[in-house]
Ligand binder design. Structure first.
Ligand SMILES: Cc1cc2nc3c(=O)[nH]c(=O)nc-3n(C[C@H](O)[C@H](O)[C@H](O)COP(=O)(O)OP(=O)(O)OC[C@H]3O[C@@H](n4cnc5c(N)ncnc54)[C@H](O)[C@@H]3O)c2cc1C
Length: 412
């Protein structure tokens, strides 16, 4: 049962704004560690959101370490055993090696993944209130954030918190209220058209097709459905594609992935949704009394399908920093987030330009793969392998040691 606004306590250790992958995962980790946590979410429980759903190894690894992968499988989420990159006519297939509790990749519907995380947070003791919107932040005379003002319909509440975490997405109200302006902004913006197809007769793996200036992705998800997207630069989307999404989608599919176009002819295809894109950014991840996690602090073009995996990684980094209870730990959270994210951010930005030829794209994918390996190493090695990341953070780096997600609170 979710909490209604009038049932909420007057104060919590942590108030989190946003109950999707970043916010719900952070709440789960903090509640498991014994903190008193409230999550407010303006939307409905289990509501869908626009996403291509694909988890990368790091995201699956986090779900496995937190003990949630069995639930993902039990929901009927298909296991992805191969990912294939198609550069024109050349196909490069990669088999997903079972390792570290990851037996394959998964692309659960957000109507299943986000509620699973929220339910687990609630079962661990967090309060979660849907249809409750953050309106403003409370501050003390020094400007430190000390709580939230939230509202639901005609009811408003002022709630105190030691820490307020914005997990409220790209247009984060928390970031706006604390003035967390981006210090890094991407130069390029990709756009895409999405649909869900049933009975698509392909091999059940992820497929990523590229021709010059366009891409197609094929991502099997729950209920026998497959998400298919057609991507292009934002200019082309705004100029040619957005007026008739179905026609734009099939035009790209015919040119870029003829085999998928053929398979789509016998599939039942849902409605088409467009995403006109948004520039990537990195915002400051913390300040006195507040922190940001997930897209609220760090967004990159969805073309590399990494946002959910990064949100799950950073949920753990920010949870550890909050538990340590010091500003140094929060500063370190930002440093590690950036150290892990910036190379991937830069690669993603160039891919989102759609201004590459296929040899350059292959080189970018090789760099991307190296970065993903480095991230996974960080997670599996607990961040203690200085060689992988440089020694900038010494012993104070937030650790990701496998501990089944049960963090220990610092003395508070
Ligand atoms: C088109 C598209 C395709 C994508 N494809 C992929 C993919 O294949 N793989 C991948 O890993 N990532 C993908 N991503 C990225 C991924 O969806 C995001 O990185 C991820 O959803 C971020 O999660 P989050 O919890 O940080 O934020 P969000 O999912 O944006 O959730 C934020 C939540 O905060 C709530 N909220 C906002 N403001 C308030 C407020 N004032 N009060 C209360 N609640 C509030 C919102 O209602 C929302 O539920 C894609 C993104 C897009 C746009």
């Amino acid at each position: 049962m979710a909490n209604a606004i009038d049932e909420l306590k007057p104060s919590y250790d942590v108030v989190i704004v946003g109950a999707r992958c970043a916010g719900a995962a952070t709440a789960m980790l903090l509640a498991r560690a014994g903190l008193d946590v409230l999550v407010v979410e303006q939307g409905a429980y289990g509501a869908d959101t626009l996403s291509t759903l694909a988890l990368m190894r790091m995201g699956v690894l986090q779900l496995s370490r937190w003990g949630l992968l069995d639930a993902i499988r039990a929901m009927g989420t298909p296991r992805i055993e191969t990912t294939t990159f198609h550069y024109g006519d050349q196909a490069v297939q990669i088999r997903i090696k079972p390792r570290d509790g990851v037996d394959g990749l998964y692309a659960p519907r957000r109507t299943l993944l986000d509620p699973l995380l929220a339910d687990t947070a609630r079962a661990s003791g967090a309060d979660i209130a849907y249809h409750v919107r953050l309106n403003d932040l409370r501050r003390n005379v020094d400007g430190r954030v000390t709580g939230v003002v939230v509202e639901s319909g005609a009811l408003a509440r002022s709630i105190a918190a030691t820490t307020v975490i914005g997990a409220d997405g790209v247009h984060s109200t928390v970031a706006t209220r604390v003035g967390a302006e981006p210090y890094r902004v991407g130069a390029h913006v990709g756009a895409a058209i999405y649909t869900l197809a049933s009975h698509l007769e392909l091999d059940g793996g992820y497929h990523w097709h590229y021709t010059n200036r366009a891409s197609v992705g094929v991502i099997p998800t729950n209920g026998g459905e497959t998400l298919v997207f057609a991507g292009a630069g934002r200019q082309r989307f705004m100029r040619d594609l957005r007026f008739d999404l179905a026609a734009g989608f099939h035009e790209i599919l015919r040119d870029t992935a003829p085999s998928v176009a053929a398979a789509m002819r016998t599939a039942s295809v849902g409605s088409y949704r467009g995403f006109a894109g948004h520039p990537g950014f990195l915002r400051p991840a913390w300040g006195p009394g507040w922190a940001l996690v997930g897209d609220a602090g760090y967004f990159k073009d969805p073309i590399t399908a990494h946002g959910i995996s990064d949100a799950l990684r950073d949920a753990e980094l920010v949870a550890r920093a909050v538990l340590s209870g010091t500003d140094e730990a929060l500063a370190d959270y930002q440093a590690v987030r950036d150290e892990l994210s910036l190379p991937l951010f830069t690669i993603t930005d160039e891919i989102a330009s759609f201004d590459w030829d296929l040899p350059r794209l292959q080189a970018l994918h090789k760099s991307l793969s190296d970065e993903m390996t480095r991230e996974v190493l960080y997670v599996t090695d607990g961040g203690t392998e200085g060689a992988a990341l440089g020694d900038a953070h010494g012993g104070t780096r937030p650790s990701l040691q496998p501990d089944h997600g049960r963090l220990q609170p610092a003395a508070r």
